[in-house]
Design a protein around this ligand. Sequence first.
Ligand code: PHB
Ligand code: FE
Length: 339
Amino acid sequence: MAMLESKATTATAPIVVKASAPDPRTHYRKFELGAFQFERDEYFVTISWPAKGARQQHRMSADAFLRALMRDVAWGFFYGLVNFDGMFGTRNLYGRVEFFGGRYNEAYHKASLSYVEQFDSPVAMETCKSMLRDWCNAGFDPFAAPAETGSTWAGPKNGDNIAAIERFRIATKRMPGLAGDSPLRDDLPVNRAFADVAQDEPEVNVEPGFEGKLHAFNLFKYLSRSDVTWNPSVTSVCRESLYCPTTEEYILPIIHGNDRVEWFIQLSDEIDWEVADKETGRPRARVLMKPGDVAAMPADIRHQGYATKRAMLLVWENARMDLPKLYETGKLKPYPVEF
Ligand code: PHB
Ligand code: FE
């Protein structure tokens, strides 16, 4: 495939994205990252990698691929594994990133049809962003619930939706609403699923001398105005302890392979979790979480959530960078409590 190379510059070295000219029929470009090739048509994304002297092809529905890719881009390859489905995904090595095909699919891996390749994260990230920019049509928001964004993802290339995929990522330093910190979403509408959520803010009365040091806000109101789904955003920071609440509707677009324990607190409605072994994908548990339920998701699993009605979930992350190694070497057990 003839590839055009486009360059983005960082402080250190120019980053090269390998993209083809637009396909004469679909007008979508093809992309290459190392030995991986990516192409999309009206309905599908086809990913291929070298295996047994030939090329192994894998197909995904384009909307599912783009929803997963959007999370990988927005979350900087996240923690641990981001499985786009049971075959393809990325493993964050923090600074570098491994792309894999079939590696965490037991049958394909055993049949020597799997492939992994490592990249510097900024190089891989630029390729991912270019794919998103080229393959998201006008009207398709990969962060939105399907009922909100429709079937605009399908068909030949039709415009783009740069605003949706380059949304300002809210980086909260301590807590939204504090002076100099992220805003409280007062300018966003209440989502249709949360029309019954009270919108009043708590009254904060501070003793003289403590002005600016005490803060409170209505988290349910804040979440009721989230315009995205399956996007945990840092909402309170206490050293390495990050509260990352999120609103969930339809299917978590990735199957997340944890590299640390994650705590879930179900704040409203219900999410059904499918939990499987991180390495093989063999099923391990089904967890139906109802309001008030708390779960510790172990460090050696992959999980994917399903929510029919938009639900509020608090994801509690520990951002300590030495955790993956402590779990990998068995210094920490993959679960946080023993009963
Ligand atoms: C997770 O992998 O734990 C996760 C990711 C995204 C969400 C919720 C949970 O929206
Ligand atoms: Fe997870």
